[in-house]
Design a protein around this ligand. Structure first.
Ligand code: GLU
Length: 443
């Protein structure tokens, strides 16, 4: 009988319709069974019941006027999940799928991820069900200004520091920052992912993708493997995927497939990353256009099928639950050696089961994609000391953090008798840091 079943039942009763949030909580609670076996006294502190309930959840109306003069209304969110080890920290997601369950799952995961970085950041997440696709620059700006009108009441450099996530990049952070500055009449590091001319950090843009590869490199080397000569598939073509592709290629991998929400491209000669950057970062175009320039490549409709492409290393960098049991079985049958999550929770629980039971080295997002938020933490440090570090300095710190995370989760897994189970290693290592702080600070 599982010791934490009663907590799971209480979370289900309180959040009956929040499937993504329940998925994230269940995974952590399952890992924590091993902790309460060793430290049964933890149960008396109520720390587990407290850690699964957000400290604060804010939902608000976001009215804005589109280019045709029509009034649009969206729903905004900020979930301030946990502030035990620092101000709430985590991105904003603008995507039509956004709802409270998704923001809660992201905020929950962020709490443990941020703890793993070793930097003093609590966990939070926010966003809106706004769809940036097809919107003009003016519409994006007016929307961001309206969103910040309300969000500004709840954030601050010592309270809560948002950043980007899906649908929120440098352009959106610029409009959000400008509006915050006008409302508050103060220039502070209240957002990260800022432009390089106005308080941003070098290497922040590259950080999540680079960090993913640094962690995977450490994991592969620990198992006498490397990226060298490995066929690699990367889902997505946003910020995380693009810089994962760049670093994996630098480390010797051959990336043969990437995707967007419409479908995937396969290029057996290796992805032309300059072309992807041009399509995605400059033109904001569909990935299908890749084949117009590279006729030897192919485009397949349906992004979920990307896992049919045989590979040694898989890096899902698109979105939650993008890789299911069938995808995982296909990867295993094709001889996949390792999988690192660049996105948040891209593998379903069944997919993880398939990968782990077939000895595929599996790195969970809360460890492997922590490089983005870690570098946000470094941006906060630079803002506080009023200095900017060089690209090389930030990159070296990022690398050190990712290698440390790998050793931390690997060591924790060993200590709890589950060598190479990096899910349990990450969940327990992240949990212990936050839980100890919460216990020290009292109820
Ligand atoms: N959205 C990113 C994440 O999932 C980055 C958050 C941040 O930099 O605060 O970790």
């Amino acid at each position: 009988m599982k010791k934490l079943e009663y907590i799971k039942e209480a979370v289900i009763a309180r959040n009956p319709n929040d499937s993504e949030f329940l998925q994230a909580v269940e995974e952590v609670l399952d890992s924590l069974e091993l902790v309460v076996e060793k430290r049964p006294e933890l149960l008396k502190t109520g720390v587990i019941e407290r850690i699964v309930e957000p400290e604060r959840q804010i939902m608000f109306r976001v009215p804005w006027v589109d280019d045709n003069g029509i009034i649009q209304v969206n729903r905004g969110f900020r979930v301030q999940f946990n502030s035990a080890i620092g101000p709430y920290k985590g991105g904003l997601r603008f995507h039509p799928s956004v709802n409270l369950s998704i923001i809660k799952f992201l905020g929950f995961e962020q709490t443990f991820k941020n703890a793993l970085t070793t930097l003093p950041m609590g966990g939070g997440k926010g966003g809106c069900d706004f769809d940036p696709k097809g919107k003009s620059d003016g519409e994006i700006m007016r929307f961001c200004q309206s969103f910040m009108m309300e969000l500004s009441k709840h954030i601050g450099q010592f309270t809560d520091v948002p950043a980007g996530d899906i649908g929120v990049g440098a352009r959106e952070i610029g409009y959000l920052f400008g509006q915050y500055k006008k409302i508050k009449n103060e220039y502070t590091g209240v957002l990260t992912g800022k432009g390089l001319d106005w308080g941003g950090s070098l290497a922040r843009k590259e950080a999540t993708g680079y960090g993913l590869c640094y962690l995977m490199d450490a994991m592969l080397k620990d198992h006498n493997l490397s990226f060298e000569g490995k066929t690699t598939v990367i889902s997505g073509s946003g910020n995380v995927a693009i810089y994962a592709c760049q670093k994996a290629t630098e480390l010797g991998a051959k990336v043969v497939a990437m995707s967007d929400s419409g479908g995937y491209i396969y290029d057996e000669n290796g992805i032309d990353l300059a072309l992807i950057k041009e399509l995605k970062e400059v033109k904001r175009a569909r990935i299908s256009e890749y084949v117009n320039t590279v006729p030897t490549a192919s485009y397949t409709e349906g992004c979920g099928n990307i896992w049919n492409v045989a590979c040694d290393i898989a890096l899902p960098c698109a979105t939650q639950n993008e890789l299911d049991e069938t995808g995982a079985k296909t990867l295993v049958n094709n001889g996949c050696l390792a999988l690192g999550e660049g996105a948040n929770m891209p593998c379903t629980p069944k997919a993880i089961e398939v990968l782990q039971s077939n000895k595929v080295l599996y790195a969970p997002g809360k460890a492997s994609n922590a490089g983005g938020v870690a570098t946000s933490g470094l941006e906060m440090t630079q803002n506080s000391i009023r200095l900017s570090w060089t690209f090389e300095e930030v990159d070296a710190k990022l690398k050190e953090i990712m290698v440390t995370i790998y050793h931390d989760i690997s060591q924790t897994a060993k200590e709890f008798g589950v060598e190479d189970n990096f899910v349990i290693g990450a969940n327990i290592a992240g949990f212990l840091k936050v839980a100890n702080a919460m216990i020290d600070q009292g109820v």
